[in-house]
Design a protein around this ligand. Sequence first.
Ligand code: HEM
Length: 346
Amino acid sequence: MALRKARTVLLTMLLIGSAAWAAEQPFVEDPPRQAPAQVERQQIQPLNNAPVWKEVRSGEPGITQVQGIETGVLVQSQGETWRAIRNGPITLLGGLLLLVVPVAILLFYFWKGPLRTEGPLTGRELERFDLWDRTIHWTTAISFVILAFTGIILLFGKHFILPVFGYTLFSWLAIASKNVHNFVGPLFIFCSIVMFVSFVKANLWRSYDWAWVKKFGGMLSHEHVPSGRYNAGEKAWFWGGVVFLGIIVGVSGLILNFPNFEQGRSTMQYANMIHAVAAILYMAASLGHIYMGTIGVEGSFKSMKTGYVDETWAKEHHLYWYEEVKAGRRAPSDDSAPARRPQVQH
Ligand code: HEM
């Protein structure tokens, strides 16, 4: 009983003591949650959050629990500039180029017609592309076309597919295009590298290629300008398209495809714009190549389809190559192997 009384007295004294101590402490206000400028702004212009957003848009990293590159930056303002450039000049000028080039090519075709094989066909055929050449060419070409179609849907789709298909269908199409594009991209890069290794030797520049350039390959005069295994136009396509634009499109594409290597938003924005511009130029240039490989030069498509060309075609379009093959100094479709007898089909 006495013990309980003593405990009650002790507790009462403790309570009175702590209350007296608390009363003596100076009153401390909560620290202001808003920046002083915003506090002031809220009084003069309630609901105006401009200073907060100014601070957010400054790009200064804030504090966050999420670990990773730029996770402290809530809004990266350069994104607006990127969006304006991508959806502005890149889409507009790129779209115009991709419309103007095929129209120009068609007009040229109706004006000058195809480059025909003039002499009579002999019926004797030379092997121009072996199975390896054709496999690597068509795998690269098909993956390029898939990338071109899906890329066009991603960049221009909202202007010409969305109004026709509506949001739901276009959304599915865009998602599918993005995934196909992401997976076919690395395949195309791989094929381009293999194509480079296989085709580079015959694409080295030779002094006689200048004659082809000066006469524009006889495209206007319909004169047959002699050339080696590949003419200067094909070499321009190889070095300018496959190599130069291929490297730019490939490297920028890999930066976009694998964002897990600590590249920030700004790097991705630059990569996106460079990728789009280079891809548009590559597509425009490919139309020239596709024209020459199909309706532009009679008999050209057959060489990549069957691997064989008629001797007359070889003589008229690639005279130096033809002479080398006939003289047995060069294997018809193999650039690097030592010369062996040409394979002539009767
Ligand atoms: C999709 C349509 C395409 C068609 C119809 C086509 C057609 C052809 C044809 C017929 C040839 C043989 C020309 C000759 O006998 O001299 C050829 C060569 C060649 N093609 Fe294509 N091609 C296409 C796409 C591509 C693409 C997308 C690439 C590269 C990304 C490419 C790269 C090459 C290369 C490197 C050569 C060898 C000539 C040179 O080195 O420039 N082709 N193509």
